[in-house]
Design a protein around this ligand. Structure first.
Ligand SMILES: Cc1cc2nc3c(=O)[nH]c(=O)nc-3n(C[C@H](O)[C@H](O)[C@H](O)COP(=O)(O)OP(=O)(O)OC[C@H]3O[C@@H](n4cnc5c(N)ncnc54)[C@H](O)[C@@H]3O)c2cc1C
Length: 544
């Protein structure tokens, strides 16, 4: 739609802004504050009815963060100083409270349009701006469009025969009713054992009359080691916050710890075992991204990590047949190449009489019926069906918007041939469009708020650079995005990640091109590339 057409359909008026940011999660809110403080006219358009991004939508029982709360927040001291999480791994409710605190501190809501889902965006080269049309009928224009739609904006619901026949309550975890769902005393089925499946199963096992967990792939989940955080602990932690926030941009995954500087194969068996034990006691992601440097690169090193995880896990499960499904003797894929979840008592729930496990590898789902789920081995009667089936991750949120650039092609059409995204933030043919936490950035391998700040700062500086020089156009070049793509794919090829059908590769979505969607070179290398690009006058971009 051209600017003239847009004005015609909107009584001659469209709101004209410097920047439209889409999404009110960590990334969108960070940019709103940064750009507003630079004096730009910015608004955030948010599909949901509240702040927090994924923490608004994912209100299923047990929803909780897998990054420790202290590091899963903004690094600004005027925001963290008066805030404390009550648990090391805060619940979704506490994350919602945190976003309310941020809003009170920074006054963000006044520039956010809630319940506004962006459906279309068309670049108008004559005016060098974007025309943005939303589901509420509004049309607005802005010089720059910054998509902060996150990794998980498009829930994936598998095409199971009979799904709509189910007579009970049926919900995807990311579309869970905000009013909540009463699962107490009900027969609950959970399809999927990714992060959300593990969390909801732990919760349902304690409340439901019966819980049936349908597992396709074992989740090599790690112990969360949840802790209550009292005032004293928080006070001591806060003394180290500045150091911690500084460190999180210097580590592989944006946390305050890093992979060890040694191979699992260069140490004795005893030392390896001792290190695995130490990391296991720390818990969280330490046994994954705080472990030996070659765990995700070398088959033999990986095998040692798997064996350690398997033996620890099997010891917690009473029935050897159930243990073999949850923690098989032979790994179904290498350790850590699918995102391990953090669990509190996930494996113990299968020792309860009211919990059963269905192995979908040996008994696939044939159909959903009025009364439950029928697999090739029998029928499971259910009152509530939970679809913990994940997302069309990383690209789904971006490609669900009808975004048209200068070549007449939509972003979805362009990426159907494989993702191209210079530094994971911009695309040739789509001028003045930028995104955060997008494909080919560290996304899934970076703590969310760290990535929001790193990429948010880079984008804010770019927009400031353009404004200072009266430029109105910035666009990635084709050679630059091709070179970046080649680098992202080559990095992933050198790892064990391609050995699993994971959402990192889009492999959970039928028909999606199978390619690594994240930069796996680590955050410091990514930051260096972004800095270098800016220092060389935004090398790889055309600016005019
Ligand atoms: C259940 C769950 C647990 C997670 N746990 C962790 C964790 O422990 N550690 C970690 O680092 N990461 C975690 N993540 C990843 C998480 O996405 C990031 O931590 C972080 O929330 C990313 O922030 P964001 O602002 O980029 O995106 P999001 O939080 O995803 O926010 C995106 C926002 O964009 C909005 N939006 C999308 N499309 C449109 C549209 N077309 N129009 C208008 N609005 C739109 C959405 O409604 C949403 O509010 C988790 C994700 C999920 C789903």
């Amino acid at each position: 739609m051209s600017t003239t057409e847009a004005k015609r359909t909107n009584n001659g008026e469209i709101e004209d802004l410097d920047v439209i940011v889409v999404g009110a999660g960590f990334a969108g809110l960070y940019l709103l504050d940064r750009l507003r403080n630079m004096g730009m006219a910015v608004q955030v358009f948010e599909a949901g009815g509240g702040l927090g991004g994924v923490w608004y939508w994912n209100c299923y029982p047990g929803a909780r963060v897998d990054s420790p709360g202290p590091i899963y927040q903004y690094s600004r001291d005027d925001v963290w100083r008066n805030w404390q999480f009550s648990e090391l791994y805060p619940s979704r409710q506490e994350l919602r409270d945190y976003f309310r605190h941020v809003d009170e501190k920074l006054g963000l809501s006044r520039d956010i349009r809630f319940n506004r889902r962006v459906n279309e965006a068309q670049f108008d080269p004559a005016h060098s701006h974007w025309i943005v049309r939303s589901g509420d009928g509004s049309i607005a224009s802005a010089r720059y469009l910054v998509l902060c739609t996150g990794l998980s904006a498009k829930p994936y619901i598998p095409d199971l025969p009979g799904l709509s026949d189910f007579a009970g309550e049926r919900h995807h975890t990311a579309l869970w009713p905000q009013r909540g769902v009463d699962i107490a005393g009900k027969r609950v089925g959970v399809i999927g054992t990714g992060a959300s499946g593990v969390q909801v199963a732990q919760e349902a096992a304690g409340a439901a009359a019966h819980l049936t967990v349908f597992q396709r792939t074992p989740n090599l989940a790690l112990p969360m080691r949840q802790k209550k955080l009292d005032d004293n602990t928080i006070r001591r932690m806060k003394e180290k916050y500045p150091e911690m926030f500084d460190r999180r941009t210097k580590t592989f995954a944006g946390f305050d710890y890093d992979v060890l500087a040694k191979s699992a194969l260069e140490v004795s068996d005893d030392e390896r075992q001792a290190i695995f034990e130490r990391l296991w006691e720390i818990g969280g992601f330490a046994p994954w991204i705080g472990s030996f440097s070659d765990i995700l690169l070398n088959e033999e090193a990986n095998r040692a990590a798997y064996k350690f995880w398997r033996d620890k896990t099997r010891a917690r499960i009473n029935d050897p047949a159930v243990a073999e499904i949850l923690a098989p003797t032979e790994p179904v894929h290498p350790f850590g190449v699918k995102r391990p979840s953090l669990e509190q008592h996930f494996f113990e729930i299968f020792n309860q009489r009211n919990v059963s496990l269905v192995d979908l590898r040996t008994a696939p789902i044939e159909r959903v019926t009025r009364g439950g789920v029928k697999t090739s081995a029998g029928e499971h009667d259910l009152d509530v069906l939970v679809l913990a089936t994940g997302f069309d991750a990383v690209t789904g949120g971006l490609t669900s918007i009808d975004i048209r650039g200068t070549q007449g092609e939509t972003l979805k059409e362009k990426w159907a041939k494989g993702v191209r995204a210079q530094l994971g933030m911009a695309v040739a043919g789509f001028p003045n469009l930028l995104f955060v936490y997008g494909p080919q950035s560290p996304n899934a391998f970076c703590n969310g708020p760290t990535c929001a700040e790193v990429q948010g700062d880079w984008i804010a500086r770019l927009l400031d650079h353009l404004r200072q020089r009266n430029y109105t156009w910035v666009e990635a070049t084709v050679p630059a995005e091709e070179a970046w793509r080649a680098q992202v794919l080559a990095l992933a090829d050198a790892t064990l990640f391609p050995r699993a059908d994971s959402w990192y590769f889009g492999a959970n979505i039928p028909g999606k091109p199978r390619e690594m969607l994240a930069f796996t070179g680590g955050l410091p290398a990514y930051i260096a590339k972004c800095r270098e690009c800016a220092e060389y006058g935004y090398d790889g971009f055309v600016i005019s």
